[in-house]
Ligand binder design. Structure first.
Ligand SMILES: NC(=O)c1ccc[n+]([C@@H]2O[C@H](COP(=O)([O-])OP(=O)(O)OC[C@H]3O[C@@H](n4cnc5c(N)ncnc54)[C@H](OP(=O)(O)O)[C@@H]3O)[C@@H](O)[C@H]2O)c1
Length: 264
């Protein structure tokens, strides 16, 4: 059976995307750590939309987890024709004071697992000369972000990797989309690594979308076969302006503004 695999589908953007794709009759394979939430979503989506929705509870900050997800999907005879690498976490604060293990674990989730899942599921898409991959980056992929240094760098990685992959996959008929949300009202800023005074300097007064708006933009960008999309007109405009300013200047201005908000 053909399925769309969504990582980070237990909440936020991934959850909203699962609901919108179920409405469009996609069969789903949902991934996150919270098996209880995924089980509830699957039952609801199956009952409401008459699709097949399954889940695998997996911690993608573990190096062996992507392979386990791949093997389990094969065991269930599922053919992943659309892969959405959405799971990700952030961290706010002074780099030198942040917990190193948490930062490295974030890189495993935001980058290494994303790469591994692309590598594992791409060969079957190439064989069938069809399929789609959507990698979720961030507005942070376009700006160096002092006091969110490792997270922003992880999203620069997603951006660079995905734009390169888009071109490598074109001759095979596999569609790859780099999708970059801006601030979105989800649990993202409520995790322990983000929910602190530095995190609040970032979100205060920021232009914010809902996860439903962002999920809808993702689907529309995918349906139009776009390879690049920044969600929200304001965010898209900001990346265009940002591209005209040297990164060193952006970093300096951001750092100064955040230190000011922290009264430092
Ligand atoms: N919200 C924003 O302002 C914003 C802005 C730009 C980009 N983004 C990006 O959008 C994506 C989705 O984030 P969101 O805003 O929807 O945040 P969210 O509500 O916190 O959702 C994150 C999802 O990732 C899953 N996840 C976290 N750690 C995981 C792990 N170790 N293994 C497997 N799954 C894990 C979470 O499920 P479990 O906890 O159940 O594992 C959850 O389903 C992320 O890549 C984020 O970087 C968000």
């Amino acid at each position: 059976m053909e399925v769309t695999l969504i990582t980070g589908a237990s909440s936020g953007i991934g959850e909203a995307l699962a609901f919108k794709l179920a409405e469009r009759k996609h069969n789903l394979l949902l991934i996150a750590r919270s098996g209880d939430k995924l089980e509830k979503h699957c039952k609801h989506l199956t009952d409401k939309f008459g699709i097949n929705a399954q889940y695998i509870a997996a911690d993608l900050s573990r190096p062996d987890s992507s392979n386990a997800v791949f093997e389990e999907s094969k065991k269930r005879n599922l053919s992943v024709t659309m892969l959405v690498n959405n799971a990700g976490i952030g961290s706010s604060g002074e780099f030198v004071r942040n917990n190193l293990q948490s930062e490295l674990s974030m890189l495993q989730l935001n980058n290494a697992s994303l790469v591994a899942l692309c590598h594992l599921f791409l060969p079957d898409m190439i064989k069938s000369k069809s399929g789609s991959i959507i990698n979720v980056a961030s507005l942070a992929a376009f700006f160096p972000s002092p006091y969110m240094a490792v997270y922003a760098a992880s999203k620069v990685f997603v951006r660079s990797f995905t734009q390169a992959l888009t071109e490598e996959c074109k001759p095979y008929g596999v569609h790859v989309l780099l999708f970059s949300p801006g601030f979105t009202a989800t649990n993202f800023m409520n995790t322990p690594a983000n929910d602190n005074a530095w995190g609040k300097t970032l979100t205060e007064g920021a232009y914010t979308q809902t996860s439903e708006q962002v999920a809808l933009e993702m689907i529309q960008a995918w349906e139009k076969k776009k390879t690049f999309h920044v969600s929200g007109r304001f965010n898209s405009f900001a990346t265009k302006i940002g591209a005209l300013i040297p990164n060193a200047v952006i970093a300096k201005v951001f750092a100064g503004s955040k230190r000011k908000k922290m009264n430092l």
